[in-house]
Ligand binder design. Structure first.
Ligand SMILES: [Zn+2]
Length: 252
């Protein structure tokens, strides 16, 4: 268990490195599955840059997921239930306000790590009329390899439970089409979520999505972006040598 928390701490600090410009102050959050019943999540108010292992809270999946299955409760009752979901009630830290979407994505995507950030280059697109276009298209082969054939796009939602409910529907729709979890989830007017099989995958996909956002913005500045065709995207994504490369990119 110590190894997992060390990995999550390192991932979080790396995503929070100011040189990457993915988050500032208390923005963003991360999580990691402990076992079938519990996961770690960044505590509310913790900055990613300097976080330590003490900055995470262990939470039970079942009470967090149960909130998604019933009519929305008043915010105070949601907070009480999520606080009661902590594995150790004596811990005074509160789980991040986004604990429900972490519980949902760790479950629906079947991955052990989630990284959520607000990168400037991605958010400048997500706060523009081009947001959905950026999510739906691919510009270059390595974007397909790392970020998948398209990104899940979620229209703006109030953070917390409403966002988690919207995410559930969008991720399930993606799973129905592609038969696998999305590599990139884009939240309109908000930020980026990357589910990963390893911390390295979360870091690499985040970095590639940021690069794609920079190229997209540059392409829009000099003219209209020229997108890859769906045929070319699927060809690249399924090529055996590219699958091999993708596997190398996600290893620890
Ligand atoms: Zn956020």
């Amino acid at each position: 268990m110590t190894g997992l928390l060390t990995d999550l701490t390192t991932l979080t600090r790396t995503l929070g490195d100011p040189a990457r410009d993915y988050v500032i102050i208390g923005e963003g959050n991360t999580s990691a599955r402990i076992d079938a019943d519990t996961f770690y999540i960044k505590a509310s108010g913790q900055g990613m840059q300097h976080i330590t292992e003490a900055g995470f809270v262990a939470v039970q999946f079942a009470p967090a997921l149960a909130l998604l299955e019933e009519p929305a409760l008043p915010l105070a009752e949601q907070k009480r239930r999520l606080n009661a979901a902590k594995v150790d009630p004596a811990v005074t830290l509160q789980p991040s306000v986004e604990v429900t979407f972490h519980a949902l994505l760790l479950t629906e995507c079947g991955v052990p790590f989630i990284g959520h950030t607000h990168p400037v280059y991605v958010n400048q697109l997500l706060c523009s009329s081009r947001a959905q276009q950026f999510a739906a298209h691919r510009l270059f082969p390595d974007e397909c390899v790392l970020c998948g054939p398209e990104s899940v796009f979620v229209p703006y939602c109030d953070p917390g439970l409403p966002l988690a409910v919207a995410l559930r529907d969008k991720v399930r729709a993606y799973l129905d089409v592609y038969g696998e979890a999305p590599k990139v989830i884009l939240l309109q007017n908000h930020g980026l979520i990357v589910p990963g099989t390893t911390p390295t995958e979360v870091l690499n996909v985040t970095a590639m999505c940021v690069k794609a956002a920079r190229i997209f913005a540059g392409a829009c500045a000099v003219g209209e972006p020229v997108f890859m065709t769906r045929e070319d995207i699927h060809h690249i994504y399924q090529r055996p040598d590219e699958i091999y490369r993708r596997q190398q990119f996600v290893q620890r």
